[in-house]
Design a protein around this ligand. Structure first.
Ligand SMILES: [Zn+2]
Length: 187
């Protein structure tokens, strides 16, 4: 192990016997640098997960959870896509289907952010501000999941076929992320 130009021995290998030995000093070295090693292990673990499954930005999520330092960004940039779902020029609430006035508008993660650790168009809807805070971190009911799947198909058909957001939504629809994530979190 090389750290700050110092080389540390973290185990001894006896090739002839085919054995690995850990001494007390080795263990103390591991303990001393455990923060660093933890990050490296998480990184390798992330690479392995990415090999198995395409889920957006696994490495960022692992890092964010790990450092307990999670940045949440504004969801305003999703308005231009969500506005493709306007009915008679009005923004409708995903949950109660009533019109939402300009100052009561909120973008909601149907599968709560605390499960996803990311902002993905396939998981975002407009709703009334009050309803957003009321549902807090609960997983949605199956009807909401079904409606979100249907919404995504319509939204995809209304989007321009040449943006990164379009590509992400298309993958989400094809792979049915809505149902897959919901089922996996529900357990
Ligand atoms: Zn509402």
């Amino acid at each position: 192990m090389n750290l700050n130009r110092n080389t540390y021995e973290i185990y001894e290998l006896d090739r002839n016997q085919g054995k690995v030995f850990l001494t007390k000093e080795n263990l103390l070295t591991l303990k001393e640098h455990s923060d660093f090693l933890f990050t490296v292990i998480n990184y390798r673990w992330t690479q392995m997960l990415e090999g198995f499954n395409y889920s957006p930005r696994i490495s960022r999520k692992v890092r964010a959870i790990d450092e307990n330092n999670i940045k949440r960004s504004s969801l305003k940039k999703f308005h231009k896509h969500l506005d493709l779902m306007l009915v008679d020029g009005k923004r409708k609430c995903f949950y109660c289907d009533e019109e939402i006035s300009e100052n009561d508008i909120s973008v909601d993660h149907v599968i709560p952010w605390s499960y996803m650790f990311s902002d993905d168009l396939w998981n975002l809807v407009y709703c009334h501000k009050g309803e957003n805070s009321e549902k807090s971190n609960r997983l949605p009911a199956e009807e909401d999941i079904k409606r979100l799947e249907e919404r995504n198909i319509i939204l995809l058909s209304r989007m321009e076929n040449k943006s990164k957001d379009y590509d992400h939504l298309q993958i989400a629809v094809e792979k049915d992320y809505v149902k897959k994530f919901w089922i996996s979190f529900k357990g």
